[in-house]
Write a protein that binds this ligand. Structure first.
Ligand code: GAL
Length: 659
């Protein structure tokens, strides 16, 4: 457990560097990430490298006892490179290149950019691969930020055709799989196929889904190229990438498979503002962030990281990029930091050392103000650094990597599929996955977020948010685990090619869930349907939102109906260890059902309410108060506390030895 910072020596006079490094060290910072946007300074003229300044910066940081995370600078190709190879620029759905003048102006499929990246990455890796101060690497910066995963360039289309050829072998197989006979869309050769944009009405959904899969694979291929270069020149030094919060435009499991550390960039206030949350929810958590937002991302990235995951960029104060940018309440930077460690983070690195008084992010806070005085976030980071010593002294294993009893299945293709074929305008997969997660957390459960192809052995409860395509061996793995399994609506509703399964949903899962979804309906945001746990005609126990599956039984085997809609159709059915929800229920009802199923799975739950959260790790229990009232912890002995006490103040943290 350690803290770090993101630093841009190229933004400041060299005369400041030594003092910066000294003050970082004094604050308790141990690692410093640099150079991810510095290409124009590293190679100001084509082929002529200026290493002097970067050598000195690395030396200064190393001499102060800091470990450097060296980045490849490929998120910002310099102007001369774009002028030489304009086809590096990504192309939007309107067919126009997205120009130079900000960042991430490159196309993952551009052969010229692949080569240029190979060259600059090799140069940086050769130069610093063995440098004693360089302990870690970061590839690029936030793949996909600013909507850059999908590009519609001629280079992308050419590579897409190759990708399709490898997947389907023959054009007949593709026509058959997609069902192009519909509307006379049949193709006579792979070279006939374009990007799925610019059509008169909706382009073919299977075509669109494959384009998304292809674009995702391009990100993985590009990252792998960088990782291989770094490993060749810097063997043994962990390689990370900084992913984004709730970002789903490529398959992160595939990219993370090539890395040592899955890191992510945590901006709880910006994230709250920019996501689907209703205005009252945004107002409620304005200066603290939603209590489950950072946690969800911690659990997502912990699950795919080989070494303990990191927060590569931690929000230190107001950001600049959301529609509105509130200041965190005092204490929140510390709380967010401890919450990351409680979820198993190895490092929390703040973004950035000092607020830059120029360019796009001049309104974005740092640990220091532009006039170089410690800001609130800076003092809280320093407090965290000293508390880490206390916690590690109390428990050397404090951020042990452990397995939880509850797994939440999280899938990237599901997001693309529902986006392409929503059937109801607000069928937003990450939101539903988050709401299930949030309900589990409010019950005091620790959760692992896992991919569809995970081994489920060892879990007691497995929750599957709407998962349209299920792997062939999904039911077998779920059943083998012996866990109680909750499946959201629309699970098993499509084949890999985006068709309705021959036996109707839940497709292959019919072997364990003898039911048939014979009709579906989507619901406007202002429409709900009552749900009753008891007898027909009783009072409603909650409501269904967004969606309804109409279920009947498939063959002689049957299921128990545990809840019904007001019109008597089954809303929640159970068959053995499998629980199928035919809709998305309101939060309170979801929590009530999860609590009951958790109990059947042999798990203890607690009703934590909406502002208190608890995590357990390495023999310690961590308590976080997101609310505005003091929370009193009963039943913890005085001498168990490592940080804090029985009274957990608003924005407060308590850590105690678990009994
Ligand atoms: C991240 C990015 C950083 C910086 C930061 C501002 O998305 O990686 O470079 O832009 O946001 O919050």
């Amino acid at each position: 457990m350690r803290i770090g910072v993101c630093y841009y020596p190229e933004h400041w006079p060299e005369s400041m560097w030594e003092d910066d490094a000294r003050r970082m060290k004094a604050l308790g910072i141990e690692q410093v990430r640099i150079a991810e946007f510095a290409w124009s300074r590293i190679e100001p003229t084509p082929g002529e490298y200026d290493w002097g300044w970067l050598d000195r910066a690395v030396d200064v940081l190393g001499a102060a006892g800091l470990k450097v995370v060296m980045c490849t600078p490929t998120a910002t190709p310099p102007k001369w490179l774009i002028d030489r190879h304009p086809d590096i620029l990504p192309v939007g759905a309107d067919g126009r290149p997205r120009g130079f003048g900000s960042r991430r102006h490159y196309d993952f499929s551009s052969p010229a950019y692949f080569e240029a990246s190979r060259r600059i990455c090799s140069a940086v890796a050769e130069r610093y691969g063995q440098h004693p101060a360089v302990a870690y690497w970061q590839t690029d910066n936030e793949f996909g930020c600013h909507h850059t995963v999908v590009s519609y360039s001629p280079a992308a289309v050419a590579r897409f055709r190759e990708w399709l050829k490898a997947r389907y072998r023959t054009i007949q197989a593709l026509n058959e799989a997609w069902g192009t006979v519909f509307w006379s869309m049949e193709y006579r050769g792979f070279e006939d196929i374009d990007a799925p944009v610019g059509t008169v009405t909706e382009a073919h959904p299977s075509h669109r889904l494959d384009y998304r899969r292809f674009a995702s694979d391009e990100v993985a291929r590009y990252n792998r190229m960088q990782v291989e270069i770094i490993r060749a020149h810097s063997p043994g030094r962990p390689v990370a990438h900084n992913f984004m919060q709730l970002f789903t435009e490529f398959d992160h499991y595939k990219v993370a498979a090539d890395l040592d550390v899955a890191a992510w960039d945590s901006y709880p206030l910006g994230g709250l503002e920019e996501q689907w949350f209703a205005p009252d929810v945004k107002a409620r958590w304005l200066r603290s962030g939603h209590p489950d937002f950072a946690s969800f991302n911690h659990d997502v990235y912990r699950g795919m990281s080989k070494l303990p995951f990191w927060v590569m960029e931690q929000q230190p104060g107001p950001v600049n990029w959301a529609q509105w940018n509130p200041a965190p309440l005092p204490g929140m930077v510390r709380l967010w930091s401890w919450e990351a460690f409680a979820h198993g983070a190895g490092c929390v690195s703040y973004f950035r050392w000092r607020q830059a008084p120029f360019a796009q992010e001049q309104m974005h806070a740092g640990l220091n103000t532009p006039d170089n005085r410690l800001d609130v976030g800076g003092s809280e980071a320093s407090q965290v650094a000293s508390e880490i010593h206390t916690v590690l002294a109390a428990h050397a294993d404090a951020n042990a990597q452990i397995r939880s009893k509850v797994a939440l299945v999280y899938d990237y293709e599901a997001k693309w599929l529902f986006e392409i074929h929503p059937q109801g305008a607000d069928f937003h997969y990450p939101r539903f996955a988050f709401e299930y997660y949030s309900a589990l957390r409010a019950l005091g459960l620790d959760v692992d977020v896992v991919p569809v192809d995970a081994s489920f052995d060892g879990y007691s409860l497995i929750v599957v948010p709407p998962l349209p395509v299920v792997p062939d061996d999904f039911a077998e793995r779920l059943t083998r685990s012996g866990a109680q399994v909750v499946l959201g609506p629309r699970t098993g509703s499509k084949t890999r090619e985006l068709r309705i399964p021959a036996n109707l949903p839940p497709g292959a899962l019919t072997s364990v869930l003898p039911l048939r979804v014979w009709r579906v309906e989507s619901m406007r945001p202002n429409v709900t349907e009552a749900v009753l746990l008891g007898q027909t005609g009783g009072t409603a126990d909650g409501v269904a939102r967004h969606w309804r599956d109409f279920i009947d039984s498939d063959g002689p085997a049957s299921f128990d109906v545990r809840a019904r809609f007001a019109d008597d159709h089954p809303a929640y059915v159970r068959s053995g260890a499998y629980h199928y929800f035919a809709s998305l229920f309101d939060d309170a009802l979801t929590m009530r059902l999860f609590a009951r199923i958790a109990q059947e799975a042999g798990l203890d739950t607690q009703a934590l309410g909406d502002s208190l959260r608890i995590s357990r790790r390495g023999g310690l229990t961590y308590v976080f108060n997101y609310g505005d009232q003091v929370h009193t912890l009963d039943n913890v002995s005085d001498d168990a506390f490592v940080i804090g006490s029985h009274e957990v103040a608003p924005q407060g943290v308590a850590v105690y030895r678990s009994q």
